[in-house]
Design a protein around this ligand. Sequence first.
Ligand code: ASP
Length: 330
Amino acid sequence: MKYIYILLFFFIGCSTKTNKHEFGIVIHGGAGTISKENMSEDLEKAYKNALKESVMIGYKILKNGGTSQDAVEKTINFLEDSPLFNAGKGAVLNYDREVELDASFMEGKNLNAGAISGSKRIKNPISAAIKVMNSSQHVMLSGNGADSFAEELGMELVDQEYFKTERRVKSLNRTKTIESNKTSSVIEQNYLSEKYGTVGCVALDQYGNLSAGTSTGGMTNKKWNRIGDAPIIGAGTYANNNNCAVSSTGWGEYFIRGVVAYDIAALVEYKNYSIKKAARTVINKIESMGGNGGVIAIDNKGNVAMEMNTSGMYRAHVNSNGEIDIKIYN
Ligand code: ASP
């Protein structure tokens, strides 16, 4: 009998040691001038429901032993298919009244990455970015080339009309009026919520692997095939198992110049900053440059950060225990 107890203790001890990693997932649906005064109760509810539904898709994948890649992809697919967010269906319109989509994905295990920019036909840009990573020798494909690549791989392509919503048409018209009365360098805070928006997701799976993804329609009224930070590895998206995974949202030009996502990872790795301190430091840097936006990040232990210098950022987090936190305002 004594031996049976000893064996039992040994067994329990071993199984505790092989406990799987903490896991977790964080999403954002864009940062900007989002205030309670300008938000109807119904719209707030719609955003909260969409955030909850999408983050729970990823959480369930992680809980069932799925990979962070799968969790990030499926979560972002939901947000891309929702007309509420500036990604996939519901993306903002450019100067020519068209949708041009950007997305990027990175996995922290081996620093593999993929991105597409300026796509006009890919229904789910984040999935195309992952395909670039897994099924090509490249990291970033753009424009018609990105669309042809996706088509050759049998991905779903759609007409421009699929992406367009009445809300974005109105928003383009308003932006055109405002911008025609300003010099290009002057951008008013109070229409930034209409001009921007993006979706992003970062996740840590039970195997200790981090992934990050970002998908966007970019900036309303953009011209000249403008590309923001979202498809740029190191600016909009970054993941490294040694430190953390990051997805950015905001005024992309500043996030490119500030190399935001990589800068956060570098502070965690080289300066041993907590994820929160690193994210705050970099958002402060963007603010001092004159930019605005927000970031979500998760480190390789499951600690998270959701930092911004705007009045709001659609965001949600679920930890290993299934505890969920959904927020909109700063
Ligand atoms: N960062 C995106 C861009 O500049 C937009 C956003 O995140 O709101 O294209």
